[in-house]
Design a protein around this ligand. Structure first.
Ligand code: CP3
Length: 356
């Protein structure tokens, strides 16, 4: 018998990987799995290589980026790598004074709330993300047939950090600017869209096989506000990378799924608040779905986790394509052995459950 192609085999191609086929709604009964934040603090090998190195400094070192991106691929045998970086990296390259504070998130030295703030954002220039190009190149060579997912932050989510100055619960200043000064908001989002598009384009040009646009906090908006004040700029970002499959994700976006599809996605990411079958009803047959195990359940006893994984697979079986994932990122306290068991379960039982 012919062994299944492995990543090391010449001729094996990420363009025909299970992940890319699922994005294209032609996965058959196979079920690909990866995890948002699969690289990071839940892995002891990550904590070890990051020791004494600041998050944003690590993102600028291609050797470290490649090593950290590969760690979960080696450990879990997931069906995709996600580029180790951060949604704030292109903003830093554009001159924004920012830091990523462990346990807190991005913190901006001078929040952007007026025209002078806007002028501190310099447009992207060719070569300013050369460390990204280099890291993606290393990864594509090492990954072989395993696809690399590139990513960027959507303008609304990036703007929320820039305007608030850091993480926020209610996005009150962001929304006040959004509805109070639509012209300034439009200009801010236009600039952020260019930076995110440039970040995505750089990753795709260097060999990423798919992209995910993270609009993590868009679920805080009504459908009307999302349509008027977020969607146009997310659409313009996704329009720059039509040559690869596009995944569009946010948290708490059950009411926005169809709009997020219309922004130009092939796959819409779904959190744990609605079943994948409900998401599929809302999206229609033109979109694949990604998700949606509640990450907070990963600490529950295995028989419970196992049943919830099967339930998500069953619910996703009505979608024209399904990529198994969590409903949001891996929590830092997660036991990696549980994620390993989830991957094995998805691979072992996914095809039969989907076929059922
Ligand atoms: O494995 C992966 O998913 C790849 C890399 C990745 C990171 N950030 C690494 C990271 C990705 C895709 C992101 C995206 C990102 N960054 C998002 C969108 C995804 C989401 O969670 O909704 C957002 C909102 C950010 C901003 C950000 N950066 C936050 C909120 C935090 C967490 C702060 C904390 O310490 O809890 C970060 C830091 C960050 N980004 C870490 C990692 C591995 C932790 C940094 C550390 O090790 O201290």
């Amino acid at each position: 018998t012919t062994p299944a192609p492995t990543s090391a085999e010449p001729g094996a191609d990420p363009a025909s990987s299970l992940l890319v086929r699922a994005c294209r709604r032609s996965q058959g009964e196979g079920l690909p799995v990866w995890f948002m934040r699969q690289a990071g603090r839940s892995l002891p090998e990550y904590r070890k290589v990051r020791e004494g190195i600041a998050m944003l400094d690590s993102c600028a070192r291609p050797d470290l980026v490649a090593e950290i991106t590969m760690q979960p691929v080696r450990r879990y045998g997931v069906d995709a790598a996600i580029f180790y970086s951060d949604i704030m990296v292109p903003l830093k390259a554009a001159g924004v004074d920012l830091d990523i504070v462990p346990g807190r998130g991005p913190v901006i030295a001078e929040p952007v709330r007026d025209r002078a703030g806007l002028d501190r954002l310099v447009p992207p220039e060719p070569g300013d993300l050369s460390f990204v190009t280099e890291a993606v190149g290393l990864l594509v060579a090492e990954l072989g047939a395993t696809p690399l997912i590139g990513f960027a932050g959507a303008p609304f989510t990036l703007a929320s950090y820039l305007v608030e100055g850091g993480p926020s619960k209610d996005y009150a200043r962001t929304k006040a600017l959004m509805v109070g000064d639509p012209a300034l908001w439009a200009e801010l989002c236009t600039r952020l869209a260019r930076l995110s598009a440039h970040f995505l384009r750089t990753q795709v040009d260097a060999g990423a096989s798919a992209v995910q646009l993270f609009d993590s906090w868009a679920g805080s908006l009504s459908a009307a506000d999302y349509t008027a004040s977020a969607l146009p700029w997310s659409t313009s970002v996704l329009a720059e990378v039509t040559d690869v499959p596009r995944i569009h994700f946010g948290v708490g976006t059950g009411e926005l799924l169809a709009l997020m599809g219309e922004a130009g996605a092939d796959v819409v990411g779904v959190d744990w608040r609605i079943p994948l079958a409900t998401a599929t009803d809302r999206l229609g047959p033109a979109y694949a779905v990604q998700g949606n195990l509640d990450p907070a359940l990963l600490g529950a006893p295995w028989p419970v986790v196992e049943e919830r994984v099967r339930e998500a697979i069953r619910s996703g079986a009505s979608a024209p394509g399904h990529i198994f994932n969590l409903g949001h990122g891996v929590p830092p306290e997660t036991d990696p052995d549980v994620l390993a068991r989830v991957v094995d379960l998805v691979h072992a039982e996914g095809p039969a459950i989907r076929a059922d």
